[in-house]
Ligand binder design. Structure first.
Ligand SMILES: C[S@@+](CC[C@H](N)C(=O)[O-])C[C@H]1O[C@@H](n2cnc3c(N)ncnc32)[C@H](O)[C@@H]1O
Length: 233
């Protein structure tokens, strides 16, 4: 099945980099910061397995490899070409597979994960039922001690809105407000849900001294992105 991301898989990173110029960072930077944030929050826990839902071309998985060297990595996506690119990265201890749609998650029967990571996928799925199905399956395949991370663009941030509006593979998407996503996560039984805001300042060198304040601003709902962290129990 051909997917919209198949059309962009080859040049995904260069398109993204061009689009992100006004932010001062590139797509690698924005992938790595997420994994560093997760490492800061949960790096001290025993994380043996990580599942990246909507893994795209596998860049976040490469950073998981770097910062969680002992974990077995799993990634899935509906874009065949993106999966091909992710597999070609030959990330050690990784299992990367194609799904037709979220219903294929039901085929994961004998495996549970310490961590599930979903980055900038949900705003491409503007369908409440599908989002609920995904979250319901994520809940099922997460270990009791497991943690869920969902990163999304913050529609309240004007720079984020501009970047998304100008991005060719974000055409027509509707960004998800943090309150709606929190409700969806809560409706699917997750507990200890927190919403955290990130990327308050542009990533140009000049702004470096301000980055330390972002940890203090984490509850201020105007950062460029936000993430939900939730536990199974
Ligand atoms: C903006 S990209 C993000 C890729 C990766 N998560 C990252 O952060 O670099 C969105 C990805 O979500 C995938 N996607 C969209 N709908 C999906 C679905 N229903 N199930 C799995 N993946 C999906 C797309 O194919 C694409 O690879």
């Amino acid at each position: 099945m051909v997917n919209e991301f198949d059309d962009f898989a080859e040049n995904y990173r260069s398109i993204h980099d061009g689009n992100l110029k006004i932010s001062g960072g590139d797509s690698n930077y924005f992938s790595e910061y997420k994994i560093l944030e997760i490492k800061r929050r949960d790096g001290d826990k025993k994380i043996e397995s990580i599942f990246d839902f909507g893994c795209g071309d596998g860049i976040p998985l490469s950073y998981f490899r770097k910062y969680f060297p002992k974990a077995d990595l799993y990634g899935t996506d509906i874009s065949e070409k993106s999966i091909e690119k992710a597999k070609n990265k030959n990330i050690p201890n990784s299992t990367i597979f194609l799904i037709n749609d979220e219903r294929d998650l039901q085929n994961i029967e004998n495996k549970k994960f310490d961590m599930i990571f979903i980055s900038c996928v949900f705003h491409h799925i503007d369908d409440e039922k599908k989002l609920n199905n995904i979250l319901n399956e994520c809940y099922r395949i997460l270990k009791d001690s497991g943690v869920l991370y969902i990163f999304e663009h913050n529609p309240k941030n004007p720079f984020t809105r501009k970047i998304v509006k100008d991005c060719i593979f974000d055409k027509g998407v509707r960004l998800i407000k943090h309150k709606r996503l929190k409700k969806l996560v809560s409706n699917n039984n997750f507990k200890k849900i927190s919403v955290n805001f990130t990327l308050f300042f542009p990533r140009f060198f000049l702004f470096n001294p301000l980055f330390i304040f972002e940890k203090i601003l984490i509850k201020l709902p105007i950062g460029g992105q936000y993430y939900i962290r939730a536990k199974k129990i």
